[in-house]
Design a protein around this ligand. Structure first.
Ligand SMILES: [Zn+2]
Length: 275
């Protein structure tokens, strides 16, 4: 799997510090903050994750909401939580309907939980129903119609994209890119800390991730930081998250919202066209 596509750094060497970001397109040393799996039973973890970001990141954070978590916890039943979530400034993204397809032996074996790839193999009819229920639930509970969709585990079948377009979404998030309807996809890989509850596997992947993080930051490559509630509850993982946050802050990395990143990409594409 190719994690990154080579992208030429377009920053002029004599960039005027007074110029706006749009005037000095620069595809380097920024990150897009994301919090995944938001639902009413993870209020404590949401508070910890919200407080962990470097300055300026939380207001740019994509908030990926699951309206009916595990088919058990509905936004509609938790008005206080929804009021607090609605007051958060970040873009609210629809992140599935229940986030599960139910119990499954292979998922239990590899991940230690149910099959979380909710949109990987639904029929078009079932996917359409879950999307429209999800949109309606977010509109009712949060007062916002989601513009973006992110399938649980970034796995969506081919049937889903046309349904999203039909429902008025602007696009969807995949593991390595933002896909916009009617425009080029924007390459931005997601750094994910959540590998399920299997301890030995998580420890191995955490060591590998340490190297990935170091390579990313040294190279100045933009990426998305995707936090999950389980990250907070696993001490070594959360230590890795907070060390990354400190490093980005110390080294002056800039948080951009998904929309700001896409706008910057657009400017860059324009700058590349021959005059
Ligand atoms: Zn998720």
């Amino acid at each position: 799997m190719q994690l990154f596509r080579p992208v030429r750094n377009m920053a002029p060497s004599n960039a005027n510090p007074q110029m706006t970001l749009a005037d000095t397109p620069d595809w380097t040393r920024f990150y897009v903050p994301e919090i995944h799996d938001i639902h009413p039973a993870m209020r404590d973890e949401l508070a910890v994750m919200s407080a962990a970001w470097p300055a300026g990141a939380l207001e740019r954070c994509a908030l990926l909401v699951v309206p009916f978590w595990m088919g058990e916890i509905a936004l509609a039943d938790h008005a206080d939580f929804c009021a607090a979530l609605a007051a958060m400034p970040g873009e609210k993204v629809l992140h599935g309907w229940t986030h599960t397809l139910g119990p499954d032996f292979w998922n239990w074996l590899f991940y230690g939980h149910d099959n979380r790839s909710e949109f990987a193999r639904l029929s078009a009819g079932e996917a359409r129903r879950r999307l429209s229920d999800g949109v309606a639930a977010m509109e009712d509970a949060l007062g916002v119609r989601p513009r973006w969709f992110c399938a649980p585990r970034w796995q969506q079948s081919a049937a889903v994209a046309p349904l999203l377009q039909e429902a008025g979404f602007e696009g969807y998030m995949l593991r390595n890119e933002f896909v916009r309807f009617g425009a080029e996809p924007v390459p931005l890989p997601a750094l994910c800390f959540d590998e399920g509850p299997r301890k030995a596997k998580a420890a191995l992947l955490r060591r590998l991730r340490e190297r990935t993080i170091d390579r990313l930051v040294r190279a100045g490559r933009p990426f998305r930081i995707t936090l999950h509630p389980d990250d907070v509850n696993d001490a070594p993982t959360w230590d890795q998250v907070t060390r990354l946050m400190e490093r980005l802050e110390r080294e002056g990395w800039e948080p951009l919202s998904a929309e700001e990143a896409m706008a910057r990409w657009q400017v860059l594409q324009g700058a590349r066209q021959p005059a």
